[in-house]
Design a protein around this ligand. Structure first.
Ligand code: NAP
Length: 249
């Protein structure tokens, strides 16, 4: 598959993909892009009605999934395997934030974010890797965050997202012999529900740090996911890719 597939929007034809947190925001953008490029996308989200409405607009299927529950992750991957016979692409996108300064952060705020943003990625990656190892192929793309480098008010979130980087690099090493690639993407400031709650003054400060001069859109992240999920990216693994308009420069 080469230039012709790229031009025809067929890069992911016949691929079976799971996208977590696909009910809105970046996950919805990723699901739309993968479907546009030819994949059959299972839109999984803790909010089943959002997942189903995105899926129905893509002629795909929506499923309820709480990534923080190991049994739900195992059951979803089993259902996909039973229905389609394989799983080619997993995008671990589901994530939450519960921001607070470290000295005020509650136990619940810490545990909730670690459970969804880090343990959820582990549960889904573990379940998917069993199928992908057996198949001798697969693509796993994990959505980390530029915040993994450290960000005020986000000790829980930064710790989880740094954990995703370590998990991705380790999984890349372990799964390389099975031709399964694992990469992490670190979005910067993307215009979604997660960032719309940020107070205006802080929002302006964040936007001023972006050399390309605008907030990112879900489609900006989705384009990179689609490449990493394709056959074209077969020699790219263990990478941590910033998609932030130059935010980290
Ligand atoms: P969002 O608009 O809040 O969407 C997140 C989606 O994930 C929602 O549909 C949410 O469902 C779902 N979700 C939450 N908990 C879940 C769980 N336990 N199991 C399954 N699904 C769950 O967030 P976003 O901005 O699109 O962020 C997507 C990913 O990108 C996250 O991992 C986030 O950390 C990361 N990221 C975002 C930015 C940014 O600037 N927006 C920057 C860097 C990284 P509900 O509707 O029920 O909450």
């Amino acid at each position: 598959m080469g230039l012709r597939a790229l031009l025809s929007g067929d890069l992911l034809r016949d691929k079976i993909a799971i996208v977590t947190g696909a009910g809105r925001g970046i996950g919805e953008g990723i699901a739309r892009k993968l479907a546009h490029d030819g994949a059959t996308v299972v839109c999984a989200d803790v909010n089943e009605s959002d997942a189903s409405s995105v899926a129905s607009s893509l002629a795909s299927i929506g499923m309820r999934l709480d990534v923080s529950k190991a049994d739900e992750c195992d059951a979803l991957v089993t259902r996909v395997h039973e229905r389609y016979g394989r799983l080619d692409i997993l995008v671990n996108n589901a994530g939450i934030n519960r921001d607070a300064m470290l000295h005020k952060m509650t136990d619940d705020q810490w545990h909730q974010v670690i459970a969804v943003d880090l343990t959820g990625v582990f549960f889904m990656t573990r379940a998917a890797s069993r199928l992908m190892r057996a198949a001798g192929s697969g693509r796993i793309v994990n959505i980390s965050s530029a915040s993994w480098m450290g960000n005020i008010g986000q000790a829980n979130y930064a710790a989880a997202k740094a954990g995703v980087v370590g998990l991705s690099r380790t999984a890349a090493k372990e799964l390389a012999r099975s031709q399964v690639t694992v990469n992490a993407i670190c979005p910067g400031f993307i215009d979604t529900t997660m960032t719309r709650g940020i107070p205006d003054a802080i929002r302006e400060q964040q936007l001023a740090k972006i050399p390309l001069g605008r907030a990112g859109q879900p489609a900006d992240v989705a384009a990179v996911v689609a490449f990493l999920a394709s056959d074209e990216a077969g020699y790219v693994t263990g990478e941590v890719i910033n998609v932030g308009g130059g935010y980290v420069l």
